[in-house]
Design a protein around this ligand. Structure first.
Ligand code: FAD
Length: 464
């Protein structure tokens, strides 16, 4: 007879759920995870990983196109859409299987099916492992799904969500992307690099709306240079589907209308939490604007019920989900983890050029009443960037003028998604400019720009 009673029972095996399960097992809890679809959740199967595989194909294509710049020749460079998609899907599968291995290794019971809370401490599962399961502590980690805009309902053919955009049968000649957040911009970058005409429509005045204004402007200019068209302060108001194309009417904030015809639309207007059909309302679990309300330890307002990851609200990122899972389980154990500090969660967009940030933007720091010192360092002044053939970009740092506290870091350019972690650690250690100025950065590396940006904030920049 299979186990039905657990110390910790987790609903959803995305990065939040499976990492929480592993940490729970490490702490000696008898742990079960219910999953209705695939281990690894959106992140490994339809999010972070398969998109990075696609973007890698686009990146290599871009380099091949510029082979001459590096003294090389490459001829007859082509795009095999089916092979690109096959590679991306194989990588997703490999990682999902890897989670299966980790579950076994940690003696975590995987329960196949769809779960619903029936009363405190009890979950009903429908599907392959149907039955009633007990959990002293139940963690909801059910993730999120694409937000559907009224009148622009995805149909898998002409109007895509990220699911469809990840497995194109062929490259569309033209594409309208609705939404310029990380997901929209990554797809815009992927398709444009491989030759599609791309227009991005954004309802706000700034693309990448949560990023620092200066970085977002830099990104816009670079992406426009690659041929992506942006329509900001604008929204799609009507969509008319034809045989193999869509025409959309857009309206800007002054009421002016224009029509755009594209082969496909990608609707990337955000995601919403999977809070339905979980029995949350009957148990009195508080939800607001489509997500479960939690404290810094994943506790909901109902004892014994916790939530982590996308279903518990923004930023909807895999590393945030994983960290919330660890903190939640450690708090259940009675350890004393630090509560999750949302200001120190990095955000990355893996388009070309890459964008990465942590902490406050310059505007938000000022709005919060801080007097700031801002440092900037351009890629143009960095030897490694020039050697790589990647001399466009910027590293920007923001410090509190009176205390020297590092408030935020914002970057655009090659490999910045790998660099940002240096500043994340610095912020977690409550670093001031003093410690950063005493740190030695290896030469030649892109990381030297982080140092130079700090130097610039204090009037000591060297290489510009
Ligand atoms: C295209 C795209 C690109 C992305 N790129 C990045 C990136 O580069 N970096 C990054 O940090 N984030 C990225 N994200 C976001 C990231 O995927 C999510 O933040 C992350 O997956 C959230 O993890 P989670 O564990 O909260 O939920 P999910 O990964 O969504 O997993 C939830 C799981 O719960 C299961 N489930 C739901 N309801 C039930 C139920 N009732 N019973 C049983 N199982 C259930 C689902 O099947 C799913 O497997 C991207 C997202 C998308 C869509």
């Amino acid at each position: 007879m299979a186990d039905t009673s657990f110390d910790i029972l987790i609903i959803g095996a995305g990065p939040g759920g499976y990492v929480a399960a592993i940490r729970a097992a490490q702490l000696g809890f008898k742990t079960g995870v219910v999953e209705r679809e695939h281990l690894g959740g959106i992140c490994l199967n339809w999010g972070c990983i398969p998109t990075k595989a696609l973007l890698r194909s686009a990146e290599i294509y871009r380099y091949l196109k510029h082979a001459k710049d590096y003294g090389l020749s490459a001829e007859k460079i082509g795009v095999d859409t089916a092979a690109i998609v096959t590679r991306s899907r194989a990588i997703a599968k490999r990682l999902s299987n890897g989670v299966g291995f980790l579950m076994k290794k940690n003696k975590i019971t995987v329960i196949d099916g769809s779960a619903k809370l029936t009363k405190p401490g009890e979950v009903q599962v429908e599907g392959k492992s149907a039955g009633i399961y007990q959990g002293k502590h139940i963690i909801v980690a059910t993730g999120a799904r694409p937000r559907v805009l009224p009148g622009i309902e995805p149909d898998k053919e002409l109007i895509w969500t990220y699911f469809d955009a990840m497995v194109p049968k062929q490259m569309p000649k033209s594409l309208l992307v609705i939404g310029s957040g990380a997901i929209g911009i990554e797809f815009a970058s992927f398709y444009r690099t491989l030759g599609t005409e791309v227009t991005v429509v954004e309802v706000l005045p700034q693309i990448l709306p949560i990023e620092d204004e200066e970085i977002a402007l830099h990104a816009r200019k670079r992406l426009e240079k690659q041929g992506i068209k942006f329509l900001t302060d604008s929204k799609v108001i009507v969509v008319d589907k034809q045989k193999d194309q869509v025409s959309a009417i857009l309206e800007n904030n002054k009421g002016a209308k224009q029509s755009i015809v594209a082969e496909r639309i990608i609707s990337a207007a955000g995601v919403i939490g999977n809070i339905e059909n979980l029995g949350l309302a009957a148990l009195g679990v508080k939800t607001e604007r489509g997500v479960i309300q939690i404290d810094g330890y994943g506790r909901t307002n109902v004892a014994g019920v916790y939530a982590i990851g996308d279903v518990a609200g923004p930023p909807m990122l895999a590393h945030k989900a994983e960290h919330e899972g660890v903190v939640c389980v450690e708090a259940i154990k009675g350890l004393k983890p630090y509560p999750v500090d949302k200001n120190k969660i990095p955000g990355c967009t893996y388009c070309d050029p890459q964008i990465a940030s942590v902490g406050l933007t310059e505007r938000r720091a000022k709005e919060g009443g801080r007097e700031v010192r801002v440092g900037r360092f351009p890629f143009l002044g960095n030897g490694k960037a020039i050697a790589l053939g990647e001399d466009q970009g910027l590293v920007k740092t923001i410090f509190d003028k009176s205390t020297g506290e590092l408030l935020g870091a914002h970057m655009i350019g090659a490999e910045v998604t790998e660099l940002i972690q240096g500043f994340v650690i610095a912020m977690n250690c409550e670093t001031t400019e003093e410690e950063l100025l005493h740190s030695i950065f290896p030469h030649p590396t892109l990381s030297e720009m982080m140092y130079e940006s700090v130097l610039d904030a204090y009037g000591r920049v060297i290489h510009v």
